[in-house]
Design a protein around this ligand. Structure first.
Ligand code: ADP
Ligand code: MG
Length: 251
């Protein structure tokens, strides 16, 4: 079966000459259809840049990116955004302050040519655990968790196959994080979605993902299954360091 995502020797850089930053260096990984793949590593290791390269948000990259078997070029077309959607870390920044939930969702639905906007909005809201009472609210009338639910509903609007999740819970209160992670887990099962999930938190990735790539300084230093991660079978010293520090934080 064709993989959902194949990344091959991906390089991403910003700037030129002495100002050049090599944010992603020769990164390769494959995400089978229906899997949840984690990218972990500390801040600045290049995780977001990998997702941004896939969604076409970085100008300079080389290597191969294939989504559902299709090699991606410079531009992303509407068909790409129908299949692949991104959810960002900070739902406050990613929602327009002067658009109601209704406007956000109807814009996304119109863009992808859907009809029966009304009933689709109702369904989307219900699917992310928000009742119809939230439909005409503005972002500032929602809690952080509710805003992230709206951002997830917007991502689901085109009925995508793949969600790229960039630290989707790290801007939220700890008490709300688990709710959103559980919602994402349920949605993946119900909708047969494929996830690539970025996190600096091994606990989150261990809960959500079957396979994990560990990034450091722009490179993937190790890829391991979540069972090995739980049994602390990491071989790279950096992965062991991450595991040690995340264990300390739960103790
Ligand atoms: P992470 O998501 O793992 O925290 P990022 O992918 O955001 O890391 O960043 C990786 C590296 O690329 C960092 O050194 C960061 O400063 C740099 N970087 C990211 N975006 C840009 C940009 N638009 N311009 C210049 N440098 C950038
Ligand atoms: Mg990031």
């Amino acid at each position: 079966m064709t993989a959902a995502i194949e990344i091959e020797s991906l390089d991403v850089w910003f700037g030129d000459g002495p100002d050049r930053t090599d944010a992603v260096k020769s990164v390769s990984f494959t995400v089978p259809v229906g899997e949840s793949f984690g990218l972990v590593g500390e801040s600045g290791s290049g995780k977001s840049t990998v997702l941004r390269a896939i969604t076409g948000l970085v100008p300079t990259w080389s290597g191969g990116i294939r989504v559902q078997g299709r090699p991606l070029g410079r531009k992303r077309d509407k068909a790409f955004y129908k299949s692949t959607q991104m959810v960002f870390q900070d739902p406050y920044a990613s929602l327009h302050p002067r658009m109601t939930v209704d406007q956000v969702l109807s814009e996304a639905l119109h863009l992808h040519g859907f009809r029966e906007i009304d009933s689709r909005i109702d369904t989307l809201l219900r699917d992310v655990g928000l009742g119809p009472g939230y439909r005409f609210r503005y972002p500032h009338q929602l809690s952080g968790g509710q805003r992230q639910r709206v951002a997830i509903a917007r991502a689901l609007a085109p009925e995508p196959k793949i969600l790229l999740l960039d630290e989707p819970t790290s801007a939220l209160d700890v008490s709300v994080q688990a709710e959103i992670l559980n919602l994402l887990t349920d949605l993946r099962t119900e909708r047969h979605l494929t996830y690539v999930m970025v996190s600096h938190d091994l606990g989150v990735v261990g809960h959500m993902c079957g396979q994990v790539a560990v990034m450091q300084h722009g490179e993937v230093v190790e890829e391991l299954g979540v069972a090995d991660m739980r049994e602390l079978k990491a071989s790279h010293p950096y992965t062991r360091h991450l595991l040690d520090s995340s264990l300390r934080s739960v103790r």
